[in-house]
Design a protein around this ligand. Structure first.
Ligand code: WT7
Length: 639
């Protein structure tokens, strides 16, 4: 047993789970005792889901970076904390030991301090997957600033929305980012965003791609120059700022079924304990193992299982700048081979896309170091699961199918590798501390085996969302009002005769495209910005690689006649407003949309048509104009 709270048998799991539900305060209090606190908490848990008010370890004082860095220095100082593989395999990789990472985080914490960043300030980070991104995130945490990382694929408009929502006055970015054959001009995108954000005081720019950038006097400074200033002062350590367990650690924006993305707020103490606990137990991490999570730090998976989880556990985290298919589809296998990766954690989309290249790219790659495989982000289909098991894990690596969300902070339902049973396409059993249940539309609990319903959670776990930034009521209505006294996930699930859960997908108007979460309303708003568009409706449809594709029905009134050109312009508009990840895969022009007499679009019908299931449209008699369905059906775009 490597960690005092590591579960090592199925019986051990059952005991831990039962205790965690019976006595959550005793259970989590004991685990939290293994961390570094400046002052112990007053109370482990104080909560109600009505407001909601959720406080874990309140009164406890800590800094998460002392847990991720300082406390490891003595024993693990010379061990690798981060191994970084560049986009271009010809370029040198980098290894940062715990000592080096500690040094760099302290250095950059000084930079932040010198640039006026104080505890509680919001700092937006918009960078590629380079070690400086990890350094920037941890330095924010060290000075007590709230980081808001924005994925490099979001547009200037999306950044501006997020900056305004968080009132972020500081930005950390790069000249550009390398991704596959592309070179993305990040600073230019930031410049466009800042036209609408005059409140931004400082932008710190790291040099990665040598893309030309404009540097505005008084606002923009170079990362390297600022580091140099700290060096001339002799690189003093930056004493970690003392935080309350319930002080905000970060904001991460995510899409919902309505309106603009919301800023999910996570706090210091509970998030730290939960990411660490779930990391160590789900992956059954052993010291010195190399953990390779292929997510981007712009998403919660990267926050929790590239940074805070592994570093909290003193582990070695592999960070990859590039994409799975460049320079060829063997890139993941090269990386596994080169660094003797032990744990590979990726998304079903990546697996499906690599499957498409056949077995060639796997040939000659030594994958014998792999011990555990994981998936996250979307339901995995049987075919992809078996391919992963057979050709990557060679049938000797347990696969953990981890279900969780930006809002949950860490893994909620998953098997524990080699410890609890697994079943293809099932996330299986809840983590200790997590009590899932299924409810019907009226909120009545569905009990028994082989049933399906809406997935809810009965009581708080330490990593739960605390609020949506700047709008607590939105948090309440989104997650805590559909079913009183329960947290509603937005997912549907079924439960088999073993009590294993299988997550079947969203039951709200949220799409999951290549593991990226996108609201249909958000895409519709973007499409509607196009000058000739009168109205639109967006639904998801099954997509072989992406899981879901985006299907848009558009009423167009413009005079321009060329449909291909209009489609192209609508797509470009969405790319500009949200980002390339939200581009519709299909656009069908229609003359009307199926609406009820009260004017509500009947998405159920549109989904059926997009899926190609035109036989079972159900009752359309309540529609204002039933004929429109026939017209739409005739114009349907096949896949
Ligand atoms: C949504 C959350 C969790 C980090 C990445 C995505 C779907 C997530 C699984 C899984 C089936 C899954 C759910 C969830 N999802 N993991 N193992 N099996 N579906 O985070 O962007 O917040 O999205 O992803 O629909 O609600 P996110």
């Amino acid at each position: 047993m490597s960690y005092p709270y590591q579960i090592n048998s199925f019986d051990d799991y059952k005991t831990a789970w039962a205790k965690s539900i019976e006595d959550p305060e005793g259970f989590w209090g004991e685990i939290a005792g293994h961390f570094l606190w400046r002052k112990k908490w007053d109370k482990v848990l104080d909560w109600n889901f009505k407001e909601p008010r959720i406080r874990w370890f309140a009164g406890g004082k800590l800094n998460i970076t002392e847990n991720c860095l300082d406390r490891h220095l003595e024993k693990l100082g010379s061990e690798p904390a981060i191994i970084w593989e560049p986009n271009n395999p010809e370029e040198h990789h980098r290894i940062l030991t715990y000592k080096q990472l500690y040094f760099k985080v302290n250095q950059f914490a000084n930079v932040l301090h010198n640039n006026g960043v104080k505890k509680g300030d919001r700092v937006c980070i918009y960078m590629g997957m380079i070690p400086e991104l990890a350094i920037a995130v941890l330095a924010c945490a060290r000075v007590g600033a709230i980081h808001s990382v924005i994925f490099g694929g979001f547009s200037a408009q999306s950044i501006a929305d997020r900056l305004q929502d968080a009132k972020a006055e500081f930005i950390i970015t790069c000249d550009g980012a390398f991704r596959g054959a592309k070179d993305i001009p990040l600073k230019n995108v930031i410049d466009d965003a800042l036209i609408a954000c005059p409140f931004v005081k400082r932008t710190i720019v790291f040099t990665r791609t040598r893309t030309p950038v404009s540097m505005i006097k008084g606002r923009d400074v170079w990362w390297e120059d600022e580091i140099h200033k700290v060096e001339t002062l002799g690189n003093p350590d930056f004493p970690a700022v003392e935080m309350d367990a319930e002080d905000t650690l970060f904001i991460l924006y995510t899409s919902g079924s309505t309106g603009k993305p919301k800023g999910v707020v996570h706090t210091c103490g509970g998030y730290m304990v939960f990411t660490n606990y779930t990391f160590v137990n789900t992956f059954q991490y052993q010291p010195e193992e190399v953990h390779f999570c292929t997510a981007d730090i712009g998403w919660i998976t990267g926050h929790s299982y590239i940074l805070y989880g592994p570093l909290g556990a003193g582990g070695t985290s592999l960070m990859f700048e590039g994409i799975p298919t460049w320079p060829d589809a063997g890139r993941f296998w090269d990386i596994v081979d080169k660094y003797r990766v032990n744990i590979l954690y990726t998304a079903p989309t990546a697996i499906r896309s690599l499957m498409g290249f056949g077995l060639g790219p796997l040939q000659g790659k030594d994958l014998s170091s792999l011990r555990i495989l994981g998936t996250v982000g979307e339901p995995i289909n049987e075919e992809a699961w078996h391919w992963y098991d057979e050709h990557v894990g060679k049938r000797r690596c347990p696969i953990v199918d981890t279900w969780w969300q930006t809002e949950t902070g860490g893994i909620m339902i998953s098997n524990m590798a080699g410890i609890t049973p697994s079943k293809a396409t099932y996330a299986t059993l809840p983590m200790p501390g997590v009590e899932p249940l299924l409810v019907d539309e009226n909120g009545k609990e569905i009990e028994g085996d082989n049933v399906s319903g809406n997935l809810c959670i009965r009581s708080p776990w330490p990593g739960i969302i605390r609020t949506t930034y700047g709008d607590h009521e939105r948090c309440r209505t989104n997650y805590f009002s559909a079913y009183p006294e329960l947290y509603f996930t937005g997912d549907g699930a079924l439960r088999d005769e073993n009590g294993f859960y299988r997550i079947t997908g969203r039951v709200d108007d949220v799409l999951n495209v290549s593991g990226h979460r996108i609201g249909t309303a958000e895409v519709e708003n973007a499409i509607n910005m196009h000058a000739g568009v009168v109205e639109s409706a967006v639904v998801g449809y099954p997509h072989e690689i992406k899981g879901q594709g985006i299907y848009a029905y558009v009423i167009y009134s413009g005079t321009h006649g060329d449909e291909a050109l209009i489609r192209q312009d609508i797509t470009h508009t969405v790319s500009r407003i949200i980002g390339p990840i939200a581009k519709p895969d299909k656009i069908q022009f229609v003359t009307g949309l199926p609406k009820t007499r009260s004017g509500k679009i009947m998405r159920r019908i549109l989904r059926k048509i997009a899926e190609g299931d035109t036989e079972h449209l159900g009752d359309i008699s309540t529609l204002l104009d039933p004929d429109v369905v026939e017209q739409i059906n005739r114009g349907r775009l096949s896949h």
